[in-house]
Structures are given as C-alpha cells and as structure tokens.
Design a protein around this ligand. Structure first.
Ligand code: VGL
Ligand code: ZN
Length: 204
C-alpha cells in the first residue's frame, strides 16, 4: 500500500434494525456482515457509523402522523417517513452481533438531532452540522476511503457523496452493501450517480 494514501474503511450503519427482522429491514442486509468482515483485515483504519435517533425523531412516520415509506417534510427538506428505527439504547440500534468490531477505532453517531435526518456519516441532511468525521480522517492522514454497509441508496450513498465533496478518493465496496429500494432501481441509480461523481465501484 502507498503510505502517502492512507486508506480507511467506513462501515455504514450495520445495525440490527436494518437486518432482516429489524424495524427498517433491508432485504438481504445480513449479507453485508460477512463481506464487511472480510474487508476489515485489508485496511489500516476502520471506522463505523451508527444511526442513533432519539425516540420520536422527526424522520419517524409515527412522529408526523404519517405512513412509513411516504414523503413528508423535515428541516425544510423533503423527507422519507421511516418506521421507528435505531432508537438510542435499543437492541435495534446495536451493531450486528456478527460484525467484527475489534478493529473499529471510532464510531460516529448520527441522526441525534430530532429536527433533522442524517443519512451521511459526515453531515446532517441540511448540512447544518458536521459529525467531525472529515476532520478525524484528515488528522489520521487518510486520503482514500472505502464505503460499505446499509443502505446503498441512503446512508451509503450520502456518505460516499460527502466523502467526494470533502476531497477524499472514494471507493464503493458494492458487494458489502444492500439497498432499501423504496422504488425499483434506486440502488442502480445510486451506483450510477456515484460513478458519475468519480467514485470507484468494486464488486467484492
Ligand atoms: C438509513 C433510512 C433511515 C440508512 C438510516 O442507514 O441507510 N436509512 N435511516
Ligand atoms: Zn435513520
């Protein structure tokens, strides 16, 4: 590996609520666990993000009297209304038990502010507040990031886009991602959008 291009692996939201049986289950979401575990050994730095909402978060359909999967508004932005998920301190918010967390050096929590959602591990959706992830990575000498996890069309997508904007060279480990696909083709469109933004896509 080129020592001038310290490479970090970002494990995005590999949490129980996004696995089969979870509150916001991603189809085949559990398949990212083994793939992520295989990737981990190849990276000198491994970071995880954790969706970490207070009860009654504004993105929850239940908080808006809406129907999950339909559109509402939050922080002046169009907002998909989600089922209650990843509530702080619940089992659904825990990392998947089979995910190898031993080499994860830092966990960046997001979605904590009840008034705005946060798909990206770098910024909330309104770009009002950063999580500090970009500064953390820069201070560690990181110039390349590889992104994987859940879900391809939401948190993985927004994290990869913000990583590009922050000036990192970005790779999407597509084999270690699964998507929500609220609309058929959302994952494919997300991958094409990322490619167009200069993200390298690897299949494994
Ligand atoms: C996510 C929807 C709501 C994700 C998080 O991790 O992709 N999606 N909260
Ligand atoms: Zn969420």
């Amino acid at each position: 590996m080129n020592l001038d291009s310290m490479n970090a692996l970002l494990l995005i939201d590999i949490q129980n609520d996004f696995l089969p049986g979870g509150a916001l289950a991603v189809s085949h979401g559990d398949e990212v666990i083994a793939a992520a575990n295989r990737l981990i050994s190849g990276f000198p730095l491994v970071i995880a993000s954790q969706d970490w909402h207070p009860a009654g978060h504004g993105s929850f359909a239940s908080a808006q009297g809406g129907v999950p999967g339909t559109l509402g508004t939050l922080a002046g932005l169009t907002q998909v209304l989600w089922p209650d998920h990843c509530v702080q301190g619940t089992r659904g918010a825990d990392f998947a038990a089979a995910l190898d967390m031993r080499r994860v050096e830092a966990i960046f929590r997001k979605g904590v502010d009840p008034t705005v959602d946060s798909y990206s591990a770098f910024w909330d959706n309104g770009r009002r507040r950063s999580t500090g992830l970009a500064g953390y990575l820069r201070e560690r000498g990181v110039s390349c990031v590889t992104v994987c996890g859940l879900a391809t069309d939401y948190c993985v997508r927004f994290t990869a886009l913000d990583a590009v904007d922050a000036g990192f060279e970005v790779t999407l480990a597509l084999g270690a991602c699964r998507g929500v696909e609220l609309a058929a083709g959302d994952v494919e469109r997300a991958v094409e959008e990322l490619r167009a933004r200069g993200v390298k896509v690897m299949l494994s």
